[in-house]
Design a protein around this ligand. Structure first.
Ligand code: ADP
Length: 596
């Protein structure tokens, strides 16, 4: 760019100088010729004018009888005398005496040219008796022909100038002009360098800055070296670059935010362009659909079964679809997006598996609750009706038995409702743990003491394996005891009479644990995963018979989770069941826990 502008500048200057020189030269040379012609005729006019009456008289007055040749000689002699007045130098300017009627050469300051004096327009005029004093600027000579009469003879005084003086003057001037031109060219080239420094260099700097900006480099602030238009342009560029930098940074920031959002959001997003190619997809989309995306993937293969691309692209708002992938329920929203003539379709993939599961659990829960409450209620109702129908007919023992059943069933209902209330408190987070420090070993031992009688009633052998020193734990003692009682009671309940129950406890790292092992009926493999679910019971009849609600273990596990501990089944080969609870010694970190 620099070179081209520089060359252009040089060319303009050269053209300017050359054209100026040509115009001035042509004008000057024309003026010189014109002046020379004018001077020539002025000289002739002066010589033959009133101021030189002697000369004209001498020319015209014959001294005696003269023939044509004598007369011509005499005229020649007079002319020779007045050479100075006429400017005759006998080289470039000569005088000739011609015959007044034929124009033939008679005499002159120079011999007759070969072939005689040519009859010029001025000689023709003089032959007609008038003064011929006209000359073209372009002709290579100038002449004047003055007809005179002397002694009855007519002559023509013919002054011929070869214009050599004017030519040599013009040649001189031409070489001067050429010299001036060369000098002018040198000056113009030097000037162009100067101009380049003041104009081209700042423009070059500006160009570099703009090129940098085009590449995204806005860090360079251009130096404003002048207050002229280029300086103003540079200033405007700096302001624009700064504005652009700020805007781009803001846009970049927004894009980064969006990218981070896309990257970490739980919902999957896949975007397609108008050619149905994948232009964007996030890790969640790949995870949910169980496949990675490439540029080669097309909408048709991925979502064509839901809606044709054209339909999705023309949708007003969004279209909804559903799909099951690897056991997961996915909800898909397809919406068109458009910007200028770009655009395409955006597919949002939402995993609703948990939602569906939760919904199903809620439905099951409601059904379970209704079922659990209906059974004792039906029993109460039927026994009460029987009592009512048979007032007076029933023996006191029967009445007592029926009333016992009614009381039992209402106790069961109360029990279920209490458990439900506890769970609901846990679910809503309203139930805060009352954290205290207490010896874990003591709690285990208290549990052991509490169930001993019951175990003995079932002829169970209960072993207690408690290490000498166990630390104090920070936990809700009442709740922890509830868990312990629940799992030990279960062992008693689900072990046929005369069984063996072993309660052991200990410390591992920063946790304490208690394990209850029995040799009872155990839990079939297929049910092991589910026994912590609400209302789940392997053998409903047996559980109910022993007063179970099917909520005990889910409450127990909930309590352990709230303590950041755990409750799980331990794998074992022998018949029976081993269940283990673990509790962090330092207690839960959760803020929800309330310390007394
Ligand atoms: P329930 O009130 O019915 O005892 P739980 O939530 O305490 O309810 O226990 C859930 C189910 O787990 C029980 O119904 C029973 O089928 C099974 N279960 C719990 N503990 C044992 C055990 N020690 N041996 C065999 N089965 C057990």
């Amino acid at each position: 760019m620099r070179r081209s502008l520089h060359i252009k500048l040089v060319l303009i200057m050269v053209l300017l100088i050359v054209s100026l020189m040509v115009v001035v030269g042509a004008f000057l040379m024309n003026s010189v010729t014109g002046y020379y012609i004018h001077e020539f005729y002025q000289q002739i006019a002066d010589a033959f004018g009133e101021d030189n009456v002697d000369f004209v008289r001498d020319l015209q007055t014959a001294t005696g009888a003269e023939d044509e040749a004598d007369g011509a000689d005499m005229v020649g002699a007079v002319l020779a005398l007045y050479e100075g007045v006429l400017g005759v130098d006998r080289r470039n300017r000569n005088y000739f005496v011609l015959d007044g009627t034929t124009g033939r050469y008679l005499t002159g300051s120079a011999p007759a040219p070969e072939g005689g004096v040519s009859i010029t327009p001025n000689i023709s005029t003089a032959l007609l008796g008038k003064v011929g004093d006209d000359s073209s600027v372009t002709a290579d000579y100038m002449d004047a022909a003055i007809p005179i009469t002397r002694g009855g003879q007519s002559y023509i005084v013919y002054i011929l100038d070869s214009r050599e003086t004017a030519r040599s003057l013009n040649a001189e001037m031409f070489s001067l002009i050429i010299e001036a031109l060369v000098l002018g060219l040198i000056i113009s080239i030097l000037l162009s360098f100067l101009l380049a420094k003041t104009m081209v260099n700042p423009i070059q700097r500006l160009t570099n800055g703009i090129e940098g900006a085009a590449r995204g480099d806005f860090s360079r602030k251009l130096e404003v070296s002048s207050g002229d238009e280029i300086g103003q342009l540079t200033e405007s560029f700096n302001a624009m670059a700064q504005q652009l930098e700020t805007t781009i940074a803001a846009v970049e920031n927004e894009r980064n935010k969006l990218d981070t959002l896309f990257l970490h959001m739980a919902d999957g997003v896949v975007a397609f362009d108008r050619e149905e190619r994948v232009i964007h997809s996030n890790p969640a989309a790949a995870r949910l659909l169980g496949r990675a995306f490439t540029q080669e993937d097309r909408y048709g293969e991925l979502f064509g079964d839901l809606f044709p691309f054209e339909q999705a692209e023309a949708a007003d708002g969004h279209l909804s679809g559903a799909r099951r992938v690897e056991g997961r329920h996915l909800e898909l929203l397809l919406a068109p997006f458009a910007r200028a003539n770009q655009g395409g379709v955006l597919v949002l993939i939402h995993d609703v598996t948990e939602q569906r599961k939760a919904e199903q659990m809620r439905k099951d829960f409601v059904a379970n609750v209704s079922h659990e409450l209906r059974t004792p209620l039906t029993n109460i109702k039927s026994y009460a009706e029987t009592l009512d129908d048979g007032v007076g007919d029933l023996s006191p023992e029967m009445e007592h038995k029926f009333l016992g059943v009614i009381l039992n069933e209402s106790d069961r209902m109360t029990h279920i409702l209490q458990d439900l209330l506890t769970l609901s408190r846990f679910d809503s987070g309203r139930d805060e743990l009352r954290l205290t420090r207490f010896p874990f070993a003591k709690a285990v031992d208290d549990t052991y003491q509490a169930i001993l009688m019951d175990a003995q009633n079932h002829a169970h052998t209960v072993e207690l394996d408690l290490p000498g020193s166990l630390p104090e734990v920070r936990a809700d003692r009442e709740r922890v005891m509830q868990v312990m009682m629940n799992i030990v009671s279960n062992a008693i309940k689900y072990t046929p009479d005369g069984g063996r129950i072993r309660i052991s406890a200990g410390r591992t790292g920063d946790q304490v644990w208690m394990e209850v092992d029995d040799n009872g009926i155990g839990i079939p493999e297929s049910d092991r995963d589910r026994i912590f679910e609400r209302f789940y019971r392997v053998d409903k009849a047996r559980s109910r018979q022993s007063g179970g609600t099917g909520l005990g273990l889910s409450i127990a596990q909930e309590i352990m989770h709230r303590h950041e501990g755990s409750l799980y089944l331990v794998d074992k080969e022998e018949p029976g069941l081993t269940i283990r609870m673990e509790l962090p010694i330092r207690g839960p970190r959760e803020e929800a826990a309330h310390e007394k």
